[in-house]
Design a protein around this ligand. Structure first.
Ligand code: URA
Length: 227
């Protein structure tokens, strides 16, 4: 029987899926206990590591912190269902990086164009605060996810923890690459890392991050893209 090579897009998609933790990932005891409590309390929620999603041929990867309990942990899609997703998806639309309408649910039909979204930590942490051991334990998945994006040029880190984990995942040295909103870092691999404050409810409600500041970080990412 003659076999046809798989289309490049399908190969790219499978590679990004291989970078996801297993549904019952056992690496972090505290996060496993929280997952089990959430499964008992809300059996209809996702309650598992949240896979990255988006365009497997992305030039840009947005790295968040970790799923929110009522957001990605409930719906199963990063930044979907809580406040943090509102500014992120609105900005992706503004920059022509999505198609369709974001409706805060994974079956809203939204498609990302040139962008992939993932988190430094894939399981929801209590109080949105992963501890250093959990960030470390989840880093292999971030490394694998970034490595699987064969057309990746720019990583946009949302917040200091995402920044630190992305620098380590990409082989950079942290003291040389400090986090600052709007900073643009060149990594040894040739990838560019852009920093933004996280689009959390706290940062957007206090004015620490305005829509214009967030758009400026995306402008820096677009400017760093090679033709
Ligand atoms: N939802 C995510 O998926 N990640 C974040 O960092 C915040 C909310």
């Amino acid at each position: 029987m003659k076999t046809q090579p798989l289309p490049a897009y399908v190969v790219a998609l499978v590679e990004t899926m291989n970078a996801d933790p297993p549904h019952d990932c056992p690496r972090c005891p505290r996060l496993v206990a929280y997952r089990q409590a959430n499964r008992a309390a809300h059996p209809d929620w996702w309650n598992a590591p949240v896979p990255g999603w988006g365009d497997p041929e992305a030039w840009l990867c947005v790295v968040g912190l970790a799923p929110g309990v009522m957001g990605a942990n409930r719906t199963g899609r990063p930044f979907t269902g809580d406040h943090a997703g509102l500014l992120l998806y609105a900005t992706l639309e503004q920059f022509g990086l999505s198609r369709g309408t974001f409706a805060a649910r994974p079956d809203d039909g939204l498609m990302l164009d040139g962008v992939f979204i993932t988190n430094a930590v894939r399981c929801v942490p209590p109080e949105n605060k992963p501890v250093p051991a959990e960030i470390h334990a989840c880093r292999p998945f971030l490394e694998a996810q970034l490595a699987a994006l064969s057309r990746l040029q720019v990583v946009l880190a949302l917040g200091a923890i995402a920044h630190q984990s992305a620098v380590k995942a990409l082989g950079g040295k942290l003291p040389k690459l400090p986090f600052a909103h709007g900073a643009v870092h060149r990594l040894p691999s040739g990838l560019v890392l852009v920093d933004s404050y996280h689009c959390s409810r706290y940062n957007t409600n206090t004015g620490k991050l305005t829509p214009a500041m967030f758009a400026a970080a995306f402008e820096a990412a677009v400017a760093a893209r090679r033709p």
